[in-house]
Each structure stands twice: as C-alpha cells, then as structure tokens.
Write a protein that binds this ligand. Structure first.
Ligand SMILES: [Zn+2]
Length: 487
C-alpha cells in the first residue's frame, strides 16, 4: 500500500487556538482524508504543539503560571480543537516536550555537529521574541518589529552555537529547480529570491542562565537549543526517527524518492522551505517532497491579532453552526493559497446559501422524491455511478494539486446542475404522467447525489456519510442536514 505522510506546522502554545489554526488543520485533514479514503493509501498525518522557547516561557511567567502546567493546558486546547473540527481520529499528536522528541532533537544535533555544520561563536543581534527571529535594522520600523510593535526588540550579546546555513545556498537552489517543491509557485519564487540573496548562519542555542525552558544542548550544560532547531525536528521524531528506520523511510521517503508533504502558513515559508531543508541536508537525511503554503484568515481586511482585538475563535462558529459548516467555509469560501476575509455576516450568508439552501435543500428534495417513488440505490449502483463519473478525474486532479477550493467549487457546481435538472424536468410531476420516465429521472438524481456525497468525503465527512445512508434508504426520513440558524 502506498504510504502518504502529511504534517502541519506545530502551533506555539503561548495562546489559545485561532481561526488560522483551524484553517491549517482542516486543509491538512481534507488532503489526508483524500489520500486515505479516495486514493486508498496508508496515511500518517502529524500535528501537535511547539512548547519550548522564550515566547512560551515569557507568557507563562507574565501570567504567573508554572510553565509545565501552562503548556499542558494550552496544548490540550489544540487537541480539543482538532476533535471539534472533526479531524480524523487516528492522527499523530506530538508535543515538543515529549521525551522521545527531546531525545531525537539531541540526536539530530549530534549528527549535524559531527558533520561539521555547527560552530560556537559570539552572537550579537537584535531579536523579536514575537517572531522568534533575528531582525536586521532594515527589517525594523522605528526600532520595533512591524508585526509585533508592542514588543521590545531584545539585544543579545552572548556566545552561542550556530548552524552553518550559508553552506547550503547552492543545494537549496538546486532543490527549488523542482517547480512544484513549493505550492503555489509564487511562493517558490519568493523563497528562491530569499536564498539567492545570500544566507547567514543562524544561532541555534541560548544561554541556559537566561532561560532554561528548552532542550539541553548535548555536551554543553550551559546552553539550551534555540526553538526552531528543536521544533522542526518533530516532523521526523513523529515517525520514530532515529530508532524506527523502517517507519521513517516508509513515510518520510528516501533521497531518491522523498515522500513528506508539509503544510504551513505564509509566515512559515522560510522556516519550512529553507531552514528545515538545510537542516535535513546537514544531517544527511532526505528533504521533504513538497511544501504547501496557505494564506491567513483576516477579519474585516486586517490580519487577526490579539493587539487589534479582531481574533475570531473557531469554537464560536462550531457551537453555532456545527463543525461541518466551518469546514465547508474553510474549503469553499477561503482561498486555498491566499488570504481570506471572514466576518460573522459573511459566514452566515455563506451558510444559508451553500448549506441550508444548497446542499441541504437539494438532498432533501431528491430523497423525498426517491422515497415517494420507492427508489433506492444499492452499493453496486453507487459504485458504478462514481466510477463512471465524468468529473472524477478533474476532482482528483485538483486534490492531487492541493487545490481544495477548486475541488469544493466543482462539487458545488454539481449541486447547481442537479438543482437545475429538477427545476427543468420536474420529475415529481413527470412521474405522475409517465412512471417509467419519472423513475428514470429520479434515479439519475440519486446517482448524481451519490457522486456529490463521494466528492464530499474528505471535505464534509459526516454530511457525506449521512447522504450516503439516505440514498440507500430514502424512506427513512433524515433530519435536515443543515438547520436554519437564527442570527
Ligand atoms: Zn516580530
């Protein structure tokens, strides 16, 4: 069985989950379900929480919390969000504070050090704790980070270990010759420009006396690992690397056939497509196969942030409309690769049009006609409808290219076609005049609905299952799929 590996980035546990996390989790779940349920592959989906680093340590301290308790509590919120979003139950949830991850991060360090890509030198730099990134003067506006204007830029001056990132410019540029290494290609151009401009070695440790909430550097008790050099390794420690070679090679792939797909937000392009790939090269491990970059969810045209006060909590939408409604919005209304704007008004409008009056109404019309005509589809007929469907290869082509929105639009265009078929031919009237012709038309609609339900398996898994059940047994009057919600 072909193996498919997909990982999200790991959210920091310094705050509760927001809609951006929901977007990444649902996109990953749709892709993973597609490979598992449509392509029939063995899927390993990884997600989890990034729990070390100065930012997490500082927010715990600011709130007067004990660090371990603080990260436990916040990590759980992400785990619960996955469940609330209806993400597949058998995913891997890794925490960077897990024992086996810590050991893997240290093993990784030792290999990279042995290969000659780690050196100790003095470190003088300006640093934004919000980004957990070094900043040059040209990246600062009035002396602060433009993304985190409320945080003070820290000035570091200490002896640290460095990763020789600059040694990998040529190899990274070679990697980017593969046109779909980063999806969409505009992001590949962006990372190519960044690497072409020249790479600077980056610091991968901090003095333990300043903050100790990190993985100890092997062989140097005075230093802890810098957050990225610890966190990024989760993508392979999740697979049991370095101990479980078979599992690692099966899912992560080999140098000749890389197999790992990573999904990340556009603010993570540099870390995933350059830093992490160079780290893999330095450790002599296979690079990733592809990096998928999604946009942000904005609200009222502005990036959500605690400072602006426009953070939208995904749980509010799930409580009011249900997880499948939120999944539908994230798949169909949100742009797969660019920013998307979400407001409660836009969501309600979309819910009513696409789900209540769209999918819900179409399903109930067809099932009602089938029940009255005493028609149902068996497993064989459902399968033959799906196999022979003209849109199937286009649908699979979209999802093979991670074009979630295009796949969703294709499914909704099928709903519109079925609605038009009912309006034009009025099978409920035809059946009274010509039984055979009426039954033929209703059967056609059932076959179409089966294809729609099949296409919805990765996107709206619960709704898809309910529709399939109704197609097999229309006389058992189903509950409305999407009830009207009073605003
Ligand atoms: Zn910043």
């Amino acid at each position: 069985m072909k193996k498919f590996y997909l990982t999200t980035t790991l959210p920091y546990v310094n705050a509760a989950p927001h809609m951006g996390h929901a977007l990444e989790f649902v996109a990953a779940d749709i892709i993973a379900r597609y490979h598992r349920d449509i392509r029939g592959e063995e899927v390993f989906m990884n997600t989890g929480t990034d729990e070390h680093g100065q930012k997490v340590w500082k927010s715990a301290k600011d709130q007067g919390r004990e660090i371990r308790e603080y990260v436990d509590e916040n990590s759980l919120k992400f785990k619960e969000l996955l469940k609330d979003l209806g993400v597949m139950g058998d995913i891997n949830f890794i925490r960077t504070t897990d024992e086996n991850h810590i050991k893997a991060a240290q093993d990784f360090w030792k290999i990279v050090e042995k290969n000659g890509y780690i050196e100790k030198k003095s470190y003088k730099v300006k640093y934004c704790v919000g980004c957990e990134l070094e900043k040059t003067d040209s990246e600062l506006v009035d002396g602060v980070c433009p993304i985190h204007p409320n945080l003070k830029i820290e000035k570091l001056d200490e002896e640290n270990y460095f990763f020789k990132f600059s040694s990998f410019q040529k190899k990274l540029l070679e990697l980017y010759e593969k046109e779909d290494f980063v999806v969409p290609t505009s992001r590949l151009g962006e990372i190519r420009n960044f690497v072409s401009a020249g790479l600077h070695d980056f610091s991968i440790s901090r003095l333990k006396e300043k903050f100790s909430w990190g993985v100890p550097v092997p062989g140097d008790s005075g230093q802890v690992m810098y957050v990225w050099f610890d966190a990024l390794i989760n993508y392979i420690s999740a697979l049991g690397w370095p101990d479980n070679k078979k599992k690692f090679e099966g899912f992560w792939g080999t140098a000749a056939a890389p197999n790992a797909i990573q999904i990340a937000g556009k603010d993570n392009l540099r870390q995933q497509a350059a830093m992490w790939q160079a780290m893999l090269m330095a450790a002599g491990l296979p690079v990733s196969k592809q990096i998928i970059i999604h946009g942000f969810i904005t609200s009222g045209g502005i990036k959500m942030s605690k400072t602006v006060g426009n953070v939208i909590d995904p749980l509010g939408f799930i409580k009011k409309y249900g997880s499948e409604a939120l999944r539908a919005w994230l798949a169909k209304d949100a742009n797969t690769f660019e920013d998307s704007d979400l407001t409660p008004e836009k969501f309600e409008k979309s819910y009513n049009a696409n789900l209540v009056n769209g999918l819900g109404n179409l399903t109930s019309r067809i099932i009602k006609m089938a029940a009255e005509a005493d028609l149902a589809l068996g497993e064989d007929e459902i399968e033959s409808s799906i196999e022979g469907d003209a849109d199937r290869s286009a649908y699979m082509g979209y999802l093979d290219a991670y074009e979630i929105q295009k796949a969703a639009e294709l499914v909704w265009s099928r709903m519109a076609q079925a609605d038009a078929y009912i309006d034009e031919r009025a099978p409920f009237r035809v059946i009274k005049l010509d039984l055979k012709q009426g039954k033929f038309q209703i059967r056609e609609l059932l076959r179409n609905l089966a294809v729609i339900a099949y296409f919805l398996i990765p996107i709206l898994p619960q709704t898809s299952a309910k529709i399939m059940a109704a197609i097999k047994n229309p006389s058992r009057k189903p509950e409305p799929l999407f009830p009207r919600v009073l605003s």
